[in-house]
Ligand binder design. Structure first.
Ligand SMILES: Nc1ncnc2c1ncn2[C@@H]1O[C@H](COP(=O)(O)OP(=O)(O)OP(=O)(O)O)[C@@H](O)[C@H]1O
Ligand SMILES: O=C(O)C1=C[C@@H](O)[C@@H](O)[C@H](O)C1
Ligand SMILES: [Mg+2]
Length: 173
């Protein structure tokens, strides 16, 4: 089985994905890490030196490469992965993939991301928590169109990572 985690920045795709893969004893893959490995520079540097359009093209190519591998895995996508080009359609076309949206309240995302926005190039310009909250509200509304096409939607609150993993396992099996 291939499990693809989808959701906004800070929704926990990387943290939850890592734990879920460990429990299921299958490899864990992270789109952002794969992109950094392929390009040999950090995501922030790709954005600042090559621009977002370049990043989105690489992201789409890396996604397709990972999804067409034959073995099982848990994949943490980047927050924007399903929202550009044909990426979401491509994910949904794969018969052996289950898509899981980690649906996380705006307030939880704002709180988590305020202390981590420096690693996220789309958020670094937002100086106050209020600005960040406003930005995420609008961005989440636009991206919801893609995220909500996921086959499984998991409501994630301010619970522990293992709790979210449990919820996914309960829905899967
Ligand atoms: N359930 C949780 N409870 C508490 N903290 C969490 C939880 N899930 C994630 N976090 C924390 O929130 C932060 C963001 O999580 P993570 O990096 O996993 O998000 P992401 O969805 O992979 O984001 P991105 O799209 O930017 O890669 C991390 O510091 C992580 O430890
Ligand atoms: O939501 C987004 O568009 C992004 C999320 C991160 O995972 C990275 O892929 C990058 O910072 C862009
Ligand atoms: Mg991540």
């Amino acid at each position: 089985m291939k499990i693809v985690l989808i959701g906004y920045m800070g929704s926990g795709k990387s943290s939850v994905g890592n734990k879920l893969a460990e429990v299921l004893k299958i490899p864990f893959k992270d789109m952002d890490a794969e992109i950094e490995k392929n390009e040999g520079i950090s995501i922030s540097k790709i954005f600042s030196e090559k621009g977002e359009i370049y990043f989105r093209k690489v992201e789409n190519r890396v996604l397709k490469k990972i999804l067409t591998q034959s073995e099982a895995f848990v994949l943490a996508t980047g927050g924007g992965t399903p929202c550009y080009g044909d990426s979401m359609d491509f994910i949904l076309e794969q018969d052996d993939v289950v898509t899981v949206y980690l649906k996380t309240p705006l307030e939880v995302l704002t709180m988590r991301l305020f202390s981590e926005k420096e690693n996220r190039p789309l958020l670094t310009h937002l100086k106050t928590e209020e600005d960040l909250n406003d930005f995420i509200r609008k961005h989440l509304f636009e991206r919801g169109f893609y995220y909500n096409q996921s086959e499984m939607i998991i409501d994630v609150g301010s619970e522990k990572i293992v709790k979210t993993v449990e919820k996914i396992l309960l829905k899967l099996f």
